[in-house]
Design a protein around this ligand. Structure first.
Ligand code: ADP
Ligand code: MG
Length: 245
């Protein structure tokens, strides 16, 4: 049964069923993802590893509703977002998904505070005061004293902390990170990752990160490696859900 209305306040969940993705035409087809199925619930964390070109970003984009699977289905919070008409899909993505990219994607001409507020501009949220929440989040990531600074005035680690605050501003169910610490030195990467886990734990959302770093991946509850387009579960991580693990 197709759903066409945006439902609110469903509980947090993610379900991929037999997801395939290819690019290109019949003759120049690039098969990227093949028959991927898994489920996640509120509070869980997943790292996706794999060599460059294995389809990690493609998978993250599908989960974040930025691109559609070629076959199979993706359910988020019990809803099938790709059955929504485009304006409602954009609203769904804005409300349900928070992204953190390797290259922070902050807007250079805006201040730290304005950057964090940007996702609140497109769709009005009835609940709360966005500026108050933005200030609180920036305090939480240790940047309360940098509200009026431009991204160029910040270090790499500080920019990623702004990007995390921005990703969380609309209280997303899914916090999706593509190489979130890829440009940072090891010690800064560890600090930023710890912050990400802390905020995830407080929000009890679903945290998924794509990473080259096995050190970062080992901190996640569940780990998938992309092998020939499909997800293979790696090891069992006993550190799952322990604070500061
Ligand atoms: P990763 O993030 O693991 O490095 P990607 O998901 O970016 O890998 O890419 C996986 C494969 O899909 C690569 O072969 C890439 O060239 C191809 N690909 C990604 N996006 C597109 C696109 N829009 N059109 C055609 N091919 C694409
Ligand atoms: Mg990538």
């Amino acid at each position: 049964m197709m759903e066409t209305k945006l439902r609110v306040s469903a509980s947090i969940s993610l379900k991929l069923s037999n997801v395939h993705k290819h690019f290109g035409s019949e003759t120049r087809r690039v098969e990227v993802l093949h028959d991927i199925s898994f489920d996640m619930a509120a509070g869980q964390t997943l790292a996706i590893t794999g060599p460059s070109g294995s389809g990690k970003s493609t998978l993250l984009h599908l989960i974040g509703t930025l691109d559609q699977p070629s076959a199979g289905s993706i359910e988020i919070n019990g809803q099938t977002p790709f059955s929504l008409p485009e304006p409602e899909l954009a609203k769904f993505r804005n409300q349900v998904v928070g992204f953190v990219f390797q290259d922070h994607h902050l807007l250079p001409q805006y201040s730290v505070l304005e950057n964090v507020l940007i996702p609140t501009l497109a769709f009005k949220n009835k609940n709360g005061n966005p500026e108050k929440r933005a200030r609180e989040l920036l305090e939480r990531v240790g940047l309360a004293h940098r509200l009026d600074h431009r991204p160029a005035e910040l270090s790499g680690g500080e920019r990623q902390r702004v990007a995390i605050a921005r990703a969380l501003i609309n209280r997303p169910s899914l916090l999706l990170c593509d190489e979130p610490t890829g440009d940072l030195d090891r010690s800064t990467a560890n600090t930023v990752a710890s912050l990400l886990f802390e905020l995830h734990r407080e929000a009890q959302n679903i945290l998924i990160a794509v990473t080259h770093s096995l050190e970062l991946a080992s901190r996640f509850g569940k780990r998938f490696e992309l092998v020939e387009g499909t997800c293979v579960e790696v090891g069992i991580n006993l550190k799952q859900n322990k604070p500061n693990a």
